[in-house]
Design a protein around this ligand. Structure first.
Ligand SMILES: [Zn+2]
Length: 79
C-alpha cells in the first residue's frame, strides 16, 4: 500500500505482513512487488482496479507456493 503527499511517494507498506518498505526521495529503495490490476468485463470484478504491494520476503513466500515455478532470467541493465 502506497501513501502519497502532493503526488510524491512517501510511504510503502507490504499488504501481507505490514512491514514498511524503505522509501527515499520518492523512490522505493528495496525489493518490492508492485501490483496494479484492472479487471475486465469477463471477470467478477468488472472495471475494478486493485493495487497492492509485497515486500521481497512475502513475494518469495508467494511465488514458492506456485505449482509451476516462475520464469526467471538475469537482466543485464537495470534502471
Ligand atoms: Zn511482507
Amino acid at each position: 500500500m502506497k501513501k502519497f503527499e502532493n503526488h510524491i511517494l512517501k510511504e510503502v507498506f507490504c499488504n501481507k505482513c505490514g512491514k514498511q518498505i524503505k522509501v527515499e526521495n520518492g523512490m522505493i529503495r528495496e525489493g518490492c512487488f508492485e501490483v496494479k490490476q484492472t479487471f475486465g468485463y469477463f471477470s467478477h470484478k468488472d472495471g475494478e482496479t486493485q493495487t497492492w504491494d509485497l515486500c521481497e520476503d512475502c513475494y518469495d513466500e508467494f511465488v514458492h507456493s506456485f505449482q509451476i515455478p516462475v520464469t526467471s532470467k538475469e537482466e543485464t541493465e537495470l534502471i
